[in-house]
Write a protein that binds this ligand. Structure first.
Ligand code: DGY
Length: 331
């Protein structure tokens, strides 16, 4: 029999490693036998349980490497409720004939909203002002925090011009920002908003806000390091709602401590959660969120629905709505 091939009477086995609503679990149960495991299950225990499993539903908190795919000898689909797939070794998945599915599209607006929230909080000093009120500074008629800045007329440099980068561009253009974009490709998608392509170095030098929206892989790891930060304006802000590994965090900390740039808005960090002594807790020119780019009830629900749809499609032998290694489907 081929990988994952079962006789007609056999139902696929699916391991669910993420919390899932009963109605979605029931959808899977109509066609598959379901095993539920906690994502904290020790790695060796998890691998030992995968031998006869046809599909897994995971999140990026559950990395899948060669050892994972070696152990999952019947696996046909790894479906993650995330758009990012950096924790999964895609070449290994492909070599093992496993389709890896993700959830693009349904979370674009949510991540764009959090990106805007970081830009506004930094530029309007919203948190400083909120603390001023809460700590009694206003009541005591103390001097308020320094004034903020307008976003209109400023330049936003978007690094990574996929769905999310384009949506951030649209929204910030509507608010009067000029926009630039950079990506490894220089021909945008036909539906992309009008914006000026700019080589990365020029984008860094010209932007008042640099916002990262690219995938994390070997080529984009530490895309922004000491040299790139040095090219930014001392008045500029770095925004990262994509992946922490895109930025060399040590270099960023140095840049923030030494006024190389004005500040940073981070929804993601190289290490999540950060160690207790991470300067991110004390730096005054940083706003840090705990990776909440998709953290709304509605968006998370749509992500889980799409993850289930992807999983079941592959197990039925159909094309899933979204996958990152479609070549496996074509073999
Ligand atoms: C994603 O979908 O990749 C988000 O970052 C959640 O992990």
């Amino acid at each position: 029999m081929m990988r994952g091939e079962r006789s007609l009477s056999e139902r696929p086995v699916v391991t669910v490693l993420v919390p899932l609503e009963d109605d979605l679990l029931d959808q899977i149960r109509v066609e598959c036998d379901v095993r539920q495991l906690d994502y904290t299950t020790p790695r060796d225990e998890l691998r030992a349980s995968l031998g006869d499993v046809d599909g897994v539903l995971v999140s990026p908190r559950i990395p899948a490497d060669k050892a994972f795919f070696d152990a999952a000898t019947s696996l046909r689909v790894l479906s993650s409720h995330s758009v990012g797939y950096d924790p999964f070794d895609i070449p290994e998945a492909t070599a093992h004939g496993v389709v890896v599915c993700n959830t693009p599209g349904v979370l674009t607006a949510a991540v764009a909203n959090v990106t805007m929230a970081l830009i506004f909080n930094l530029t309007l000093r919203l948190f400083d002002n909120e603390r001023f009120v809460r700590n009694g500074g206003w009541a005591r008629r103390e001097q308020a925090p320094p004034l903020g800045h307008d976003v209109q007329g400023k330049t936003l440099g978007v690094v990574g011009f996929g769905r999310i980068g384009q949506e951030v561009t649209r929204r910030m253009q509507a608010l009067g920002m000029k926009t630039l974009w950079y990506d490894v490709f220089d021909t945008p998608h036909p539906d992309a908003p009008e914006s000026s392509y700019c080589p990365l170095d020029d984008l860094l030098a010209e932007s008042d806000f640099v916002s990262l929206h690219t995938n994390l892989d070997a080529s984009s790891c530490h895309l922004i390091g000491e040299a790139e930060l040095a090219k930014m304006k001392p008045t500029a802000y770095l925004i990262n709602t994509a992946r922490g590994g895109l930025v060399d965090q040590k270099a960023l900390t140095f840049a923030l401590q030494n006024d190389v740039i004005a500040g940073a808005g981070l929804d993601v960090l190289e290490r999540e959660p950060p160690e207790e002594d991470d300067p991110v807790y004390t730096l005054q020119n940083v706003i840090c969120f705990p990776h909440i780019g998709t953290a709304t009830e509605e968006t998370r629900r749509m992500m889980r629905e799409l993850a289930v749809e992807n999983l079941l499609a592959v197990l039925r032998g159909d094309r899933p709505p979204a996958c990152v290694n479609p070549e496996v489907l074509d073999t």
